[in-house]
Write a new protein. Sequence first.
Length: 289
Amino acid sequence: MSSIIGPHTKLCCLIGDPVEHSMSPAMHNAAFNELGLDYAYLAFKVPKEKLKDAVAGIKALGFAGANVTIPHKMDVVRHLDEVDSLAQQIGAVNTIVNEDGRLTGYNTDGEGALQALSDAGIDLKGRRVAVIGAGGAAHAITFTFAKKARLQSLAILNIIEADARNLAQRVKAHTGAFADGMLLNAGNLEKAVEQADVLVNATSVGMNPKASDSPVPKELLHKGLAVFDVVYNPLETRLVREAREKGCVAVTGEKMLVNQGAKSFELWTGRTPPVEKMLAVVRNALGAK
């Protein structure tokens, strides 16, 4: 962020509800500073009934772009001028780019997850992937993985079986990948984890203040399994800790957070983001030792 915000400063923002604990302002302003860009990033709490007005404000005030978080990722789509094809398939937008008053929506969440796995040396080509959850994070991850990595198979497990099946059907229809949706119960979970090369927790299970919870019993984890947890607070969830104890490669959620932010940053500025700086800021904010 520029030391002096002036009439030429380009503004970016986060809209959501709540936004008070977001890492995005610290992460992006540190990145702007690192590259000497005259940009600033702010967070705005926007209730559902004000979403349309907030998007109109982004356009009217000439913001360079925005991030969108809960609960607006799906609803914001209808207020934009254009939506990227991947974001359209996912049905949700987390990044808005303003080009001469035309707002285009993107979804960088899945790409952030894909990059986090790639950085850890995990290649998804030909792999069997099991995803727990069928919410917003699961939508972004399953569509992106199916579209950009040649998976052998994709299993989606969720406590509401219909949501898992619907998501699997949509992934198949849009990407051609083999995807199966099923009820998250002990039997299905055991079978899915046993057959998987990569396991993704795309739920909030294990997040503070319930850090003692895990979506997967430790005894189901096996050496050779790669585990990715989207939860980043705490930095090391119980699932990640137990996966490492069982000899699995485990990837923590702040990597996805930073990578999705880095991709947003690139869309707004056209510059290569200082990812290591962004990661350091996030880890410091989360109390990394």
